[in-house]
Design a protein around this ligand. Structure first.
Ligand SMILES: [Zn+2]
Length: 207
């Protein structure tokens, strides 16, 4: 553990000494999402350009957008067809969130990162500075409608305890969340099921 962080520190220092011209220092810019309406569907015409720019699995980006926008949709060629009207401003915002969460290094601000999975946890590993952080699914409270803990929501939680029946226990605000099959110390995405007062029951969601 210590050895590893020493190594990372050394690596980081070494990278800092590389002249900027050798590393990818240019400002990261996403292609402007190109959205049109086709009947009752919204089409993101340059979806693949965006996925390629952020260098992430298109399916991963798609699933994030569908979940956050609350609409079904499919990849068709280089486009994504959303099966409902999608507000372009909201789409831009969701893509920006995805980029912050899954692409941009929080240490050096560069997009030269890769997602690695260790157990159930995804880490964002920076190829530019060597920093590594767990991907945290943060929720902007300001844009949240109603409580985050509601039926059907997928949230990232830290399992703090084990209940008497062996379920993992997590807490968000005033809610106590029982997560079936989760172990103490795990940080994972869970899907909220029944919510009764401030007690919620959840299952482990695809990570
Ligand atoms: Zn970095």
């Amino acid at each position: 553990m210590t050895e590893n962080s020493d190594y990372l520190r050394l690596l980081r220092r070494a990278k800092q000494e590389i002249p900027d011209s050798l590393s990818t220092g240019e400002r990261f810019q996403l292609p402007e999402p190109d959205v049109i309406l086709e009947g009752k569907s919204s089409v993101l015409r340059n979806f693949m350009d965006i996925a390629e720019r952020v260098r992430r699995d298109p399916e991963h980006l798609l699933q994030y957008l569908l979940r956050e926008l609350g609409t079904p949709g499919t990849i068709e060629g280089r486009r994504v067809v959303f099966k409902s009207k999608v507000n372009p401003a909201q789409l831009v915002e969701r893509i920006r969130e995805y980029t912050e969460m899954y692409v941009i290094c929080s240490e050096c601000g560069r997009p030269d990162t890769k997602l690695v999975k260790e157990g159930r946890v995804h880490f964002l590993e920076c190829e530019a500075c060597g920093a590594k952080r767990p991907v945290s699914v943060k929720r902007a409270a300001a844009v949240q409608e109603g409580p985050a803990v509601r039926e059907g929501a997928v949230l990232e939680v830290m399992i703090e305890d084990t209940g008497s029946r062996g379920d993992g226990i997590a807490r968000i605000d005033k809610y106590i969340i029982y997560v079936q099959g989760a172990k103490k110390g795990e940080r994972l995405n869970v899907k909220i099921g029944r919510v009764t007062g401030t007690i919620a029951f959840a299952t482990v969601a695809p990570q």
